[in-house]
Design a protein around this ligand. Structure first.
Ligand code: F6R
Length: 610
């Protein structure tokens, strides 16, 4: 989704902006642009397409010798108006005095545009953002006697919706302004200047000291200082955060794609997530405020994180005998969910910035739920607003397709399930200790799966032309199948559906024809005989079966056309290990089709609009 960068300082400004933008590419975008202060005017360059097109346009522009003092940049993921040069950010006020980059949606932009047109403003784009540039300029000249900060504050008071903003003003060349509400924005503190960016990885090439902006805060960024103010204009003092991730963590390190690198990081990421919360064989979680009379658990998330929640539902219900509902965050607010102070709400989010999930969390709090968030990005909005945070230790996830984040979300949710089972006396200390031992064996099993990745590579090489691929499983294998299917469709663009083994024959089996590939995770010995029957049903219609099997389900191998053997993982923990071959399958299908694995079409990494 849209990304923002900004810099003021003594380094060459354009390379800093372009480096930041290239680190934001992973969020998904369709155009890019920069605005920079040169002499006493703002210059602008923006292009539809990839960053390379912007770089090309800049290299062809006559930039003269005058130093560039500050700049803001943007990658756009179109919402209002198609991808085009005109709709790309930055947007300028009519006289060229004010330039703005924006992430989010200005919901009342139509009324504001009508008002601005009546004031004589001419619009050059179809975006919601352009109103901000005109409004700041109008207030600057008409109402605020040339006080940029006051003009921005007056503008923000008129905006409805969400925004992260960078504002540059030609009359005020020694600073720029940053502001946020419901869209992430961080400030980077450097030795020779200061930065803003939509997320921390974009800053890692420059600094690891960051200030995370809170909602409705405004910052004035200058070469030698950063001043932060709350919505009422009162100065805010905040200690910077020292980010632990280093810049190499956000680089490919010899892998062809981030996705592959991140799949290969799963053993490390799972190990780190577990060991962060386990001390000498016992659980050491942040104090989770479980309601005294726990009536239900409600897990809320989107996409891959939702699928991690599906696995957690089965595990928690089996171990704790407490009902668990799993809700898609974008639906949660609109179906009048039943929650109260006896409900534990667990929010799962890699980025901690997904707007639907954030909004659902706020609604859950309003309704009295206790909030535990399982989040990867330290200091993200969800992490800051939750009652308790359990951090996963995936490190920066750059590929749009989530892989190691899912594995670590599962690892964290097992810990939560064991914690609850212990509290409810459903498990003894010894039983928890045994489960912890099994969990700690998972990274070595993931290593073993990765060592056989060429089997999946070969399989993908002969099936990447498939039009449609089904995933079928029962119990935890169904929850896993949902994630496997999402991964495949998002990066290979192959139509795919995930079904519980017994459900296909209630309609969808009509789509099975000779040669249709059906992938079956088979890790639940208690369900394997039923799955064998379901496999026979689709095989009778000509389907081709790839089984992903644990040794305890070995007897299903006879009905499979191809088999990938997993290590001997306990059934309850199997999703952590069984997901990896399905991620590899999606990866190699995409690679064979010559697609952009890390940045699939239409998708954004951090979904900060509803
Ligand atoms: C799929 C994927 C998405 C995210 C979803 C939630 O590979 O990455 O489905 O899982 O957008 O994102 P977070 O976890 O950041 O809230």
């Amino acid at each position: 989704m849209c990304g923002i960068v900004g810099y003021i300082g003594s380094r060459p400004v354009l390379p800093v902006l372009l480096d930041g933008l290239s680190r934001l590419e992973y969020r998904g975008y369709d155009s890019a642009g920069v605005a920079f202060m040169q002499g006493d005017r703002i210059r602008i360059c923006k292009k539809k397409g990839r960053l390379a097109q912007l770089e090309q346009a800049l290299s062809e522009a006559d930039l003269g010798d005058m130093p560039i003092r500050a700049g803001i940049g943007h990658t756009r993921w179109a919402t209002h108006g198609a991808p085009s040069d005109e709709n790309s950010h930055p947007h300028l006020s009519a006289n060229g005095r004010v330039a703005v980059v924006h992430n989010g949606i200005i919901e009342n932009y139509i009324e504001l545009k009508r008002y601005l047109c009546a004031q004589g403003c001419c619009f050059h784009s179809e975006t919601d953002t352009e109103v901000v540039a005109h409004l700041v300029d109008l207030h600057y000249a008409r109402d605020c006697a040339g006080d940029l900060m006051a003009a921005v504050r007056q503008t923000l008071a008129e905006l409805e919706g969400s925004y992260a903003l960078g504002v540059l003003c030609a009359d005020d060349p020694d600073r720029f302004i940053a502001a946020r509400k419901d869209s992430p924005l961080v400030i980077g503190l450097g030795e020779d200047g200061h930065f803003i960016a939509s997320d921390i990885p974009a800053l890692l090439g420059q600094t690891r000291r960051v200030l995370i902006m809170e909602d409705r805060e405004i910052a004035v960024i200058e070469k030698n200082q950063v001043r932060l103010f709350d919505a009422l204009g009162r100065p805010v003092c905040r200690e910077p955060l020292e980010v632990q991730w280093d810049s190499a963590a956000a680089e490919k390190n010899g892998f062809e794609h981030f996705m592959m690198k991140e799949i290969f990081e799963e053993p490390r990421a799972v190990r780190d997530t577990l060991t962060r919360h386990i001390r000498r064989g016992t659980l050491e979680l942040p104090a989770i405020d479980w309601p005294r009379a726990l009536r239900q658990v409600c897990i809320v998330a989107c996409g891959t994180a939702y699928h991690a929640g599906m696995v957690a539902k089965t595990v928690i219900e089996q171990l704790c005998r407490v009902p668990v509902v799993v809700d898609i965050a974008s639906e949660f607010r609109y179906h009048d969910p039943i929650l109260d102070e006896e409900t534990m709400v667990i929010i799962i989010s890699q980025s901690g910035e997904t707007l639907d999930t954030l909004a659902a969390m706020r609604e859950a709090r309003r309704r009295g739920g206790h909030i535990l968030a399982v989040v990867n990005v330290v200091g993200s909005s969800i992490a800051r607003e939750a009652d308790t945070v359990l951090y996963t230790a995936a490190g920066p996830e750059i590929a749009v397709a989530s892989t190691k984040a899912y594995s670590t979300q599962l690892a964290a949710m097992y810990l939560v399930a064991f914690d609850l089972a212990r509290r409810l006396n459903r498990m003894s200390d010894n039983q928890v200790r045994e489960q912890i031992e099994s969990l700690l064996a998972l990274p070595a099993m993931l290593d073993a799966v990765l060592a056989s990745q060429d089997e999946i590579q070969r399989f993908a090489a002969s099936h990447f032309n498939a039009h449609s691929i089904f995933f079928m499983g029962r119990g935890l294998d169904y929850a896993l199948a949902m994630e496997a299917s999402l991964k495949l469709k998002e990066i290979s663009y192959i139509h795919s559906e995930a079904y519980p083994g017994g459900e296909l024959k209630h309609g969808t089996i009509a789509l099975i024809e000779p040669g249709t590939l059906v992938v079956c995770p088979l890790t639940q010995p208690a369900l394997v005989d039923k799955m064998i029957s379901n496999i026979r049903e689709v095989k009778a219609r000509g389907a081709l079966i790839l089984g992903i099997l644990t040794p305890s389900c070995q007897r299903a191998a006879d009905v499979c056309d191809a088999v990938f053997m997993l290590p001997d993982v306990p059934a309850r923990l199997a999703p952590v290990v069984a997901v990896t071959p399905t991620q590899l399958l999606a990866y190699y299908m995409s690679l064979n089709k010559g697609l952009d694995v890390d940045k699939p079409r239409n998708l954004a990494k951090s979904v900060t609009v509803e």
